[in-house]
Design a protein. Structure first.
Length: 164
């Protein structure tokens, strides 16, 4: 029981400080429920059978492909993407400096110059290592005679027999 006004006030203050965390707790509970529900629904809605070889065969708009697709992107593609991201980040850091450069004075100018020289030096290093050299163009050649759906399925079956 509440005996006096002071106790009631203390209890109310304690409840108000806990009430501030209620939205965060609700968001956490909703996030956990959404994650668990997504995993449960994907397990319930997933197909139970393994796909057949015909379903795993390559298919492009009803046309049987004549050349093998490349297996993966070259590493140089990712290097160029990372260089792009690094220079995007540098530009993002230049905007706040441009807004307050007069207040920062010489110290701010020196800091931005050190940052820019470091990033530019990294670019020069990457260029000297050949990160932006894509090299000669490679042309894919057909490895097999013209393919049909049945020959593709037979070839996939042959690969499975050799692997076993």
């Amino acid at each position: 029981m509440i005996r006096n006004f002071q106790e009631a006030r203390l209890i109310l203050v304690e409840m108000m400080s806990v009430d501030q965390y209620l939205p965060i707790l609700m968001l956490l509970v909703l996030g956990v429920l959404f994650g668990a529900g997504s995993l449960m629904m994907s397990a319930l809605a997933a197909p139970r059978k393994r796909p057949t070889d015909a379903k795993l065969a390559p298919y492009e708009c009803g046309i049987v492909p004549e050349v093998e697709p490349p297996q993966r992107f070259p590493v140089r593609f990712y290097l160029v993407a990372m260089i792009f991201v690094i220079f995007d980040i540098e530009v993002v850091f230049m905007y706040p400096f441009a807004v307050v450069f007069r207040q920062l004075g010489v110290f701010g100018l020196v800091e931005v110059l050190v940052f820019s020289v470091t990033v530019f030096g990294a670019l020069l290093f990457l260029v000297s290592e050949g990160a932006l050299s894509w090299g000669p163009v490679k042309h894919l050649v057909t490895g097999l005679p013209s393919r049909t759906s049945s020959s593709t399925i037979l070839r996939i079956g042959a690969d499975d027999d050799r692997a076993a």
